[in-house]
Design a protein around this ligand. Structure first.
Ligand SMILES: [Zn+2]
Length: 92
């Protein structure tokens, strides 16, 4: 599912294994996540997962570990008291 290959220091380029908790590199550089982008390109076109088209570039090893809070389709909710205080909004 994930195409993460390893972590790499942004300063000295030292490589570290993904899937293990790391802090900053001993040189002080933050670690960057590196991906197999060719594989991600193919994977994201083949099938949409519970993570959507971005699943291939998320560090999720198994779909069973995905947590959803019902994101998406956020409703618009009228707020009459706030509307009275702020007045009409003019968009565009
Ligand atoms: Zn480093």
């Amino acid at each position: 599912m994930t195409t993460v290959t390893h972590l790499e220091c942004s300063v000295c380029a030292k490589r570290r294994e993904a899937g293990i908790i790391h802090n900053l590199c001993e040189c002080g550089g933050p670690l960057l996540v590196r991906y197999d982008l060719a594989k991600a390109r193919v994977t994201s076109h083949q099938a949409r997962t519970a993570c959507g088209a971005y699943g291939a570039v998320l560090p999720v090893q198994s779909e069973a570990n995905i947590v959803s809070l019902g994101e998406g389709m956020t409703p618009l909710i009228r707020t009459p008291r706030l509307g009275k205080r702020s007045g009409p909004l003019i968009c565009g």
